[in-house]
Design a protein around this ligand. Structure first.
Ligand SMILES: *Cc1c(COP(=O)(O)O)cnc(C)c1O
Length: 412
C-alpha cells in the first residue's frame, strides 16, 4: 500500500546515519548508548543548538535581543551552553533562577515570570538584581519590602494579558480570562501602584501563546503586542526600556506539520525596530524562545525489551515510556494523540517496514510512544529513538510514576 496523500513527518535535520546507525553529535547511536552506560537517555546535540541560534539570528534585525526560556529544557549544561549564545535567560522559578545564575549569565539580563511567585522568590529576585515580570498587584508590596530590606532597586516589567489571542497557537497563554499577567485594562492602575511603591519600572512583557507554526500569526501577534505596549506606555511611571514580545515559535512534531519560516518574522521585526526607535526610543525589543532553540536538537533513546504480537499486531515493549517522555505519549496538552517522529536508530539502512506500536513498561494504556507507525521490523536490544525531544521532555514528565529507574541526560 502506497498512500501518497497521507500526511508524513517533516524530515528531521542534523541526524545523518552511517552503517545503519543514527549519528548523534557525530557518534554512532550504539556507541553513544555504551558511553552513557544505560538506556533510556536524552541526548542533546550542542552543535545543532548553536546552529539553530546562528540561523535564527541571521534573520533577526540588529536591536532585537534573543532570550532563552529555561522552562523548555533546564538541563544545567545545556543552559550554560545557550547562556553564552543568547542575550538573556528567562526563568519561572527559584530553581530555574539558580540554574541561570550558575551559568555566570549577567543577572541584568535574566527575567523572572510566573503566575504564583512566592514572597521568598521575589526577595531572592531583588537580591539577585534580575528583572521581575509582575503578574499580580499582590507582588507589588512584597517587592517594595524586599527593595527596602535589601537596599536594592526592585526592577520590574509588567506582564500584560493582552485583549487578543495568538491565532493557531498550540497553547494559548494570553487573551480572555487567564491566570498569566495582568489584564491589559487593569495595567494603568498597576502602573500607578508601581510608581507609588517606588519600584524600578523597566517595561512590558507580552506572551500570547506557544507552538505556533504560522509566521503570519506570529507577526500579527507581535504587531498587536507592540501597539498595546505603546498605548500602555502612556501610563508608565518611567520610559519603557525593555519590551519583551514573547515568542511562540513552534517546531514540527506531527505528520503534516511544516517548519516555521523565520524570514518574514525577521522582516516584520525590522519594521518594529524602526517604529520603536521613534515611539519608544529607550526600548530594547526582546524575543523569548524555548522549544524553537532546543526542541529539534534533542532525542530520547530507549531499548526494546520485548516484542509481542497481540492478535496479529506487533508491540515493541521498551525500557522507556511516558514517565520519561510524557509529551511523546500525547499526554502533555495535546487534544488528539499523534505520533512524534520515531525511528529504530540501529536499523537506519533497513528498507522493509511493518506497522508496529511502541509502548513503555508502565501498566497503563497511556504509555504509548508510537501508535501504529511504519517501522523497520525491530527486536529486543534495538534502540528506539524519538526525535523532537529537546524541549518539554525530561523535566516535563512524571518520572516517579510506577517507580522505574530515571532517564539520564547528556549534552553531546
Ligand atoms: C513557556 C514560556 C516560554 C517558552 O515557550 P516555548 O513554546 O517553549 O517557546 C516563553 N515565555 C513564557 C512566559 C513562557 O511561559
Amino acid at each position: 500500500m502506497n498512500d501518497t496523500t497521507a500526511p508524513v513527518h517533516a524530515p528531521v535535520e542534523g541526524f545523518p546515519h552511517q552503517d545503519g546507525e543514527l549519528l548523534i553529535g557525530g557518534l554512532p547511536l550504539s556507541r553513544l548508548a555504551a558511553r552513557v552506560g544505560q538506556t533510556p537517555f536524552y541526548a542533546y546535540d550542542r552543535a545543532l543548538i548553536t546552529r539553530r541560534v546562528e540561523r535564527l539570528r541571521a534573520h533577526l534585525p540588529e536591536g532585537v535581543r534573543l532570550h532563552y526560556a529555561v522552562k523548555a529544557n533546564p538541563m544545567p549544561a545545556l543552559v550554560a551552553h545557550l547562556a553564552s549564545r543568547v542575550d538573556g535567560l528567562d526563568v519561572a522559578s527559584s530553581g530555574e533562577l539558580k540554574t541561570a545564575l550558575d551559568t555566570g549569565a549577567d543577572p541584568a539580563e535574566i527575567s523572572f515570570a510566573g503566575p504564583g511567585k512566592r514572597a521568598e522568590e521575589l526577595h531572592q529576585a531583588v537580591a539577585a538584581g534580575i528583572l521581575v515580570n509582575l503578574e499580580s498587584f499582590r507582588e507589588v508590596p512584597f517587592l517594595a519590602r524586599a527593595s527596602r530590606d535589601l537596599g536594592l532597586p526592585a526592577r520590574v516589567a509588567v506582564r500584560v494579558n493582552p485583549d487578543f489571542e495568538l491565532k493557531s497557537s498550540g497553547m494559548k497563554m494570553g487573551g480572555g480570562p487567564k491566570p498569566f499577567g495582568v489584564d491589559a485594562e487593569e495595567v494603568p492602575e498597576l502602573l500607578r501602584a508601581i510608581g507609588k511603591a517606588g519600584l524600578a519600572f523597566e517595561g512590558f512583557h507580552l506572551f500570547a501563546g506557544s507552538q505556533n507554526l504560522r509566521a503570519e500569526a506570529i507577526i500579527e501577534a507581535q504587531r498587536q503586542c507592540f501597539d498595546l505596549a505603546l498605548r500602555l506606555a502612556e501610563h508608565a511611571p518611567a520610559p519603557v526600556r525593555s519590551l519583551n514580545l514573547g515568542g511562540g515559535f513552534g517546531i514540527p512534531y506531527f505528520p503534516g506539520e511544516r517548519p516555521l519560516d523565520p524570514a518574514p518574522i525577521g522582516e516584520h521585526l525590522a519594521a518594529l525596530v524602526t517604529r520603536a526607535a521613534r515611539d519608544l526610543p529607550e526600548a530594547r525589543l526582546i524575543l523569548e524562545l524555548g522549544r524553537y532553540l532546543v526542541g529539534e536538537a534533542g532525542v530520547y533513546v530507549c531499548r526494546v525489551l520485548d516484542r509481542k504480537t497481540s492478535r496479529g499486531h506487533p508491540f515493541l515493549v521498551t525500557d522507556g515510556g511516558l514517565h520519561h517522555h510524557l509529551a511523546a505519549s500525547g499526554n502533555f496538552g495535546q487534544i488528539i494523540r499523534k505520533n512524534y517522529p520515531v525511528v529504530i536508530g540501529n536499523r537506519m539502512d533497513v528498507a522493509e517496514r511493518e506497522t508496529a506500536s511502541v509502548v513503555g513498561p508502565l501498566c497503563t494504556p497511556l504509555d504509548l510512544l508510537a501508535d501504529r507507525l511504519a517501522l523497520p521490523p525491530a527486536a529486543p536490544g534495538d534502540l528506539v529513538v524519538i526525535h523532537q525531544s529537546g524541549a518539554y521532555g525530561h523535566s516535563a514528565s512524571p518520572e516517579r510514576f510506577l517507580g522505574h529507574p530515571p532517564a539520564l541526560e547528556v549534552l553531546v
